[in-house]
Design a protein around this ligand. Structure first.
Ligand code: FAD
Length: 389
């Protein structure tokens, strides 16, 4: 892969170890998971036991205390190895809200258990059917009653909800009509999902184009102790925004990994497949889409690295994180197209893993933020164009 990137890899040791771990989970494993729509528990367990999902948790709370670039290297390598990190990537970063805005008691109670894998905090309840991208119009409401909140409402596309002990929920605590700005009056609460199921919380999986364990979640008078409020009441939207740059850079890293996987697979096949008595890779019609995909991947990768550098030095990185997320998702998609086309009919056969990765890679142009919303961010916040919504 060094030759392909043309640059020395950062976090080379971590990448090497992750590659070894991923080699234990080859295409057959993922095909089986995909076919049965199963959660890749063994893979997630292996990552947890190796400590990879706790790398961003500071050492004093039981994690490895590594910078974001280490998490990026882990997720990129998982995807470049043909595996899929989406089953557990959120365990790495949702805890950031607790770390940055939680009380000391919450940090002591949750972070060491999240680091060890004893507690899974990997469900993130933001999107709702009625509000979609317009997050501040969400309607799930947490009403304070003495020492607890009573939550009513519905979330959709809550990934990993069936495989999470805790959910970080964004809910209204003051009606939109009663706040000065629409971003106020939203709060973040930690919901104990195991306790709440059977006590008003219903989780319903959604069958999707790829195996993603995403769910609808219904709240019917779910009681959440007031001590589970993270940070200040009414400031939740700000806390969620705070974590988005990290999330975007990590998801972009997964797309870079996908792009590398598709390109490596396409190159290998183009060299080996003989048609008209010569390798198909000798035709520029085959070479050029792969070369273009590689160029796009490299440019996106540099933007991911720039975003990581700025994040780690504490500089503003909204522009870089958003741009990296969009370019990396586009690069993965271009590489997916080139790889499928290079394989001709065989690209459609399950056993090549291309059609599975193709479906998986497509998601990142929609989630966790869609391409239009990234462009809208750049237009408004970087270029100073008038706000459109
Ligand atoms: C598999 C999967 C997993 C997900 N996991 C999670 C999760 O764990 N937690 C969570 O909270 N959410 C999750 N999501 C939700 C995801 O973040 C949303 O689907 C995404 O933000 C888009 O929202 P929407 O689907 O409601 O689309 P809509 O808001 O209905 O938008 C539809 C289309 O219109 C475009 N659009 C909307 N408004 C504008 C505008 N003003 N200008 C230009 N274009 C616009 C959008 O870009 C999009 O292309 C997941 C989604 C999927 C598919």
């Amino acid at each position: 892969m060094d030759q392909m990137t043309g640059a020395a890899e950062a976090n080379a040791e971590i990448r090497e170890e992750v590659r070894k771990l991923c080699a234990r989970f080859p295409g057959e494993y993922w095909r089986e998971m995909d076919r049965a729509r199963s959660y890749p528990s063994e893979f997630v367990r292996a990552l947890t036991e190796a400590g990879y999902l706790g790398v961003l948790i500071p050492e004093e709370y039981g994690g490895a205390g590594l910078p974001l670039s280490a998490a990026s290297a882990i997720l990129e390598t998982i995807h470049a190895s043909g595996c899929n990190g989406s089953a557990c990537h959120a365990q790495m970063y949702i805890m950031g809200t607790v770390l940055r805005h939680g009380s000391e008691a919450q940090k002591r109670a949750y972070l060491p258990k999240i680091a060890s894998g004893e507690l899974r905090l990997q469900a993130f309840g933001v999107t709702e059917p009625g509000s979609g991208t317009d997050t501040t119009s969400l309607r799930t409401f947490a009403r304070r009653e003495g020492d607890h909140y009573v939550v009513n409402g519905q979330k959709v596309w809550t990934s990993r909800a069936e495989h999470s002990d805790l959910m970080l929920l964004l809910a209204r605590t003051t009606p939109k009509e009663q706040v000065r700005r629409r971003t106020e009056g939203l709060s973040t609460l930690l919901v104990d999902m195991q306790a709440a199921q059977g006590a008003g919380l219903t989780v319903r999986p959604i069958r999707t184009m790829m195996n993603h364990s995403s769910c609808e979640v219904f709240f019917d008078n779910v009681v959440v102790p007031a001590e589970n409020l993270v940070g200040e009441e009414g400031q939740g939207f700000r806390y969620i925004l705070d974590g988005m740059n990290a999330e975007r850079l990590l998801v972009a890293s997964e797309s870079i990994g996908d792009a590398k996987w598709f390109i490596a697979k396409a190159v290998a096949y183009a060299k080996e497949r003989q048609v008209f008595g010569r390798p198909i890779g000798q035709n520029q019609g085959i070479q050029f889409p792969i070369a273009r995909a590689h160029a796009g991947m490299r440019a996106a990768e540099l933007m991911v690295h720039e975003g990581l550098r700025r994040f780690e030095t504490g500089e503003a990185c909204g522009e870089e994180a958003n741009t990296a997320k969009m370019l990396a998702a586009d690069a993965a998609w271009a590489a997916a197209e080139a790889c499928l086309q290079t394989h001709g009919g065989y690209g459609f056969a399950e056993e090549y893993d291309i059609e599975r990765k193709y479906r998986e890679a497509r998601l990142y142009q929609v989630a966790p933020i869609s391409t239009n919303l990234v462009l809208s961010y750049i237009a408004e916040h970087v270029l100073g164009l008038p706000r459109s919504y």
